[in-house]
Design a protein around this ligand. Structure first.
Ligand code: TXA
Ligand code: MG
Length: 329
């Protein structure tokens, strides 16, 4: 049962909620650069931000949200010019960005060559979701942080999206270093998600920028908003799977096989070993998952065996992705 939400009052604000004045924004930017998580207002909902180029920060976002699987995250930038360094814009993308940014529209585009954003933020996909928010606090924070910021809505998985700083504090508490209080979010529902990575422009999530307004710019859209408007990773048409066959929880080496290890008890005899986390840390393991799979795959081993990962916390998300990667077709 959802707890009744407190109304805004200055007296009982938790210590990590601060008014979004210039000084606090600079502090939040420093925290982001240091790898911490910061919640901030956008025109749609509050975002739970982390340095999108830092695998560990991105893993910490999934952990704080308690997501059982790695849904890809939206990467926030202060301008179209900066977005061009992480995503590949074609003419359609440039025209909708010029029309609706800054604003409540997210574009799914191919990752740029040399995209610095963590593969975990894209959940291993070769596309990336980018958005330039219009909220002045978000804009100032992104400028000061001077790096792409991954930010899902700042709520635990399955809870309602937060439109006030107090919602974030109640839901995420200490998981976030600082919550910038910018008052109520004016739009209040998440951004429209438009997929321009393929031939047919596809609306994945409806939002304040309407299908009609987008169609006026680039023509007819396909609507594929999967019921509740959010595509689960399993419903995505493509998600990352290595070329090399994967054997789950297999610790007996076959000739030429590579091992995706976990923990300190690594079995001998594998041609190549990459360890998700020698100390058995699930946040570190999540941060390494997609990068290690890519690296092992690139070596073209006969197969990739994986050691068991505990089915708890982020381990559930890791196992979910490994099972998907191992499933044939
Ligand atoms: O308004 C918003 O967009 C807020 C604020 C904080 O900016 N953020 C937000 O993020 O709603 P999140 O993580 O709750 O929603 C991300 C949505 C999901 O539906 C996800 O599946 C989709 O974007 N998405 C992200 N990357 C994608 C990709 N590469 N391909 C397809 N869908 C993607
Ligand atoms: Mg959300």
């Amino acid at each position: 049962m959802a707890k009744p939400r407190k109304t805004s009052s200055t007296q009982d604000k938790p210590a990590n909620v601060v008014p979004a004045v210039d000084e606090a924004i600079l502090k939040a930017a420093d925290l982001l650069r240091g790898g911490a998580l910061v919640a901030f207002p956008t025109e749609t909902v509050y975002g739970l931000g982390g340095d999108a180029t830092n695998d560990k920060s991105v893993a910490a976002i999934f952990e704080a949200k308690g997501r059982p699987s790695f849904n890809p995250l939206i990467v926030h930038l202060p301008s179209l010019a900066k977005a061009g360094a992480v995503a590949a814009f074609d003419d359609r993308a440039r025209s909708v960005a010029a029309k609706f940014w800054p604003g409540p529209l997210t574009l799914v585009l191919p990752r740029a060559a040399d995209c610095p954003v963590s593969l975990l933020a894209s959940a291993g996909l070769d596309t990336i979701a980018v958005r330039v928010p219009g909220h002045p606090v978000a804009h100032a924070l992104l400028n000061a942080a001077d790096r792409p910021v991954a930010a899902p809505s700042a709520n635990r998985s399955g809870a309602v999206s937060p439109t006030h700083a107090e919602h974030v504090a109640e839901d995420l508490g200490d998981a976030v270093a600082l919550i910038l209080d910018g008052g109520a979010c004016p739009v209040g529902i998440e951004s429209t998600v438009l997929d321009l990575s393929g031939e047919t422009p596809t609306l994945l999530r409806p939002g304040a920028v309407t299908a009609e307004a987008i169609e006026a710019e680039i023509g007819t859209l396909e609507i594929d908003d999967g019921g509740d408007g959010v595509r689960a990773p399993g419903q995505l048409k493509s998600h990352y799977a290595p070329e090399t066959p994967l054997r789950l929880g297999s610790e007996d080496p076959r000739p030429g096989e590579a091992l995706l290890a976990f923990g300190s008890d690594v079995p001998p005899g594998f041609a190549t070993v990459l360890n998700l986390s020698e100390s058995g840390d699930l946040t570190e393991a999540a941060a390494n998952l997609f990068a290690h799979l890519h690296a092992l795959d690139a070596g073209e081993p006969s197969g990739i065996a994986t050691m068991p990962v505990p089915e708890q916390g982020l381990g559930r998300a890791i196992n979910d992705r490994l099972r998907r990667a191992a499933a044939k077709d």
